[in-house]
Ligand binder design. Structure first.
Ligand code: NAD
Length: 329
């Protein structure tokens, strides 16, 4: 049987935000699966060290560009993963207008690219579309509880609009899209300075500084290890038929911030004290994904327990610290 041209040639995946924490792991996984990978990144929060091991691959190409500018590619693409957007609150709040532009105009540019190429686009959405949820755990049908004028709105509402655009492109049969609602994910290559909870606590413990806890520390979060999350993204991109609905991806294990801080302190053999600070505005009280849809549609559920994932993450930060100290000598 003759194969079509599309299946004969190597599949090309574009990863917007490919130099970031999740994007760089995704690029690696796609390369290992035999794809050609085009990484598009403006290095707002991404780091060259995340992708340096891939730069020599003939199947990897880096385009340094902001997705707010339309993309014009010489070669066809089959898959577009849109992960471009700073994910940590201090980073996305530093230039909130650019964050909204990235989510709305950037996503629109990538949807147009998908339409021109007849490519499939996966949008990295977020549990933040649920805001400070009144439903627990959160199913995809829950429409959310978001403050549209607060300091987090550039991200929360930006991501909600990006989802709207994706489903409008799908409904009008302009592009084939998938939407993953990602819950808190951690692992090696998180930026140690970007203010996210796991990297914050691990770095504070390693540097023997007090561990900062916002509020009373009884608010809950769920933590998904990066390899589990990337597996979920790839499955959602590849699944047929199109689920035509957003899919939660995250680890349903629920921990209080105090429990996480205690675990980090034990695992790093630190005796840092806890330092309690006021809760930031619009900080969600509880966060736990209902992943029934991902289980049913993708046969996916996370495998890596928190302690095991934290071990890998702590080792990564220890190595990073050691290499930075060497550079200083
Ligand atoms: P990250 O900040 O490490 O990566 C984001 C990447 O996008 C960076 O490389 C950054 O330079 C790039 N970028 C930002 N704005 C851009 C623009 N306008 N044009 C081109 N590149 C741009 O964050 P991450 O944790 O890897 O998150 C990746 C995606 O997943 C984000 O869209 C985020 O909203 C989503 N997400 C992540 C989490 C998580 O826990 N890590 C949770 C929910 C959703």
């Amino acid at each position: 049987m003759r194969q079509s041209r599309r299946t004969q040639r190597t599949r090309t995946a574009l990863v917007a935000g490919g130099a970031g924490f999740l994007g760089s792991h995704l690029c690696e996984t796609l390369l290992q699966a035999g794809c050609s990978v085009i990484c598009v990144d403006n290095f707002l929060t991404g780091r060259m060290e995340n992708i340096v091991s891939m730069l020599d691959s003939p199947r990897f190409r880096l385009i340094e560009q902001d997705i707010c500018r339309p993309l014009d590619l010489a070669e066809p693409v089959d898959r577009i993963f849109n992960l471009a957007c700073a994910a940590s609150p201090p980073r996305y709040q530093a230039d909130p207008i650019h964050t909204t532009r990235t989510c709305v105009i950037g996503t629109l540019n990538l949807l147009e690219l998908a339409a021109r190429n007849n490519a499939r686009l996966l949008q990295a959405s977020t549990s933040e579309v649920y805001g400070d949820p009144e439903q627990h755990p959160q199913t995809e049908d829950y429409v959310g509880h978001v403050n549209c004028t607060g300091p987090r709105a550039c991200y929360d509402e930006g991501k909600r609009t990006a989802e709207t655009l994706c489903f409008d492109y799908l409904r009008t049969e302009t592009a084939d899209i998938r939407v993953a609602r990602i819950f808190n994910t951690y692992g090696p290559r998180m930026d140690p300075a970007d203010g996210r909870i796991v990297s914050n606590l691990v770095m504070q413990a390693l540097e023997k500084r007090p561990l900062t806890i916002f509020g009373d520390g009884l608010q809950t979060r769920s933590f998904c290890y990066v390899s589990d999350l990337v597996e979920g993204l790839v499955r959602l991109m590849d699944v047929d038929p199109n689920p035509s609905q957003p899919v939660n991806l995250g680890n349903p294990g629920e921990f209080t911030v105090l429990q996480l801080a205690g675990l980090v302190r034990d695992m790093t053999h630190s005796n840092s004290a806890f330092k309690f600070l006021p809760l930031p505005q619009d900080d969600p009280r509880r966060r736990q994904p209902d992943i029934s849809r991902a289980k049913a549609l993708l046969d996916w559920s996370p495998k890596v327990p928190l302690k095991q994932g934290l071990m890998q993450t702590i080792s990564y930060f220890m190595e990073l610290e050691a290499s930075r100290n060497e550079d200083r000598i």
